[in-house]
Design a binder for this molecule. Structure first.
Ligand SMILES: [Zn+2]
Length: 184
């Protein structure tokens, strides 16, 4: 069980982190998975949105802890295509940025590996910890999973059905209109 994972009612909520533990990990260079100090190789799980932001909100991991997380986490290993629905309100209070991901299709995840000298904390103007900076030398980047295809909304499904029905009708009409097929 990752140390950072939030618990509510004796139940772990994967993907929902204890905000205090998140900050502790980042500030004290701890692995979010095993809580031990990070070593000479530091693994980060990076989404395209993180690259845009310039930092990852999630704390780092030992490379072996990252491998283990990928092996067991359905979001990281591609077994699930959608983030869990919004958690119960009591849990939602624990949620940091995860709320915005609720119910959305999974994003692409890459693993980035950096060294201790490349470990930089990104702070907001008010001094709070945003995450770990990505604007640093990276030893290696490795894809973990591809993005899931977005699910169609009800509206899009209805539209698609209309188009398909329309095509079916057009197809039938073209058969009926075809010369030679009509009995004379
Ligand atoms: Zn670890």
């Amino acid at each position: 069980m990752p140390w950072i994972t939030g618990w509510f009612d004796a139940r772990p909520y994967f993907g929902i982190n204890f905000p205090i533990r998140r900050t502790q990990c980042i500030e004290h260079r701890l692995c979010q998975f095993c809580r031990q100090p990070l070593g000479r190789r530091i693994g980060l799980v990076v989404r395209p949105a993180d690259i845009t932001a310039g930092y990852v909100e999630e704390p780092a991991m030992h490379p072996e802890c990252l491998d283990y997380a990928v092996a067991v986490c359905p979001m990281l290993n591609g077994a699930t295509d959608q983030y869990r629905a919004a958690p119960p309100s009591a849990v939602a209070e624990l949620v940091t940025a995860t709320a915005s991901r609720a119910g959305k299709p999974a994003e692409a995840y890459d693993a980035w590996y950096i060294t201790p000298s490349g470990y930089e904390i990104a702070y907001s103007p008010d001094g709070s910890v945003l995450g770990i900076s990505l604007d640093v030398p990276v030893l290696m980047k490795r894809p973990i999973r591809a993005a899931a295809r977005p699910r169609l909304t009800d509206e899009q499904t209805a539209l698609l059905r209309q188009v398909l029905d329309l095509e079916a009708v057009t197809f039938v009409e073209s058969i009926l209109d075809a010369p030679g097929d009509t009995p004379s």
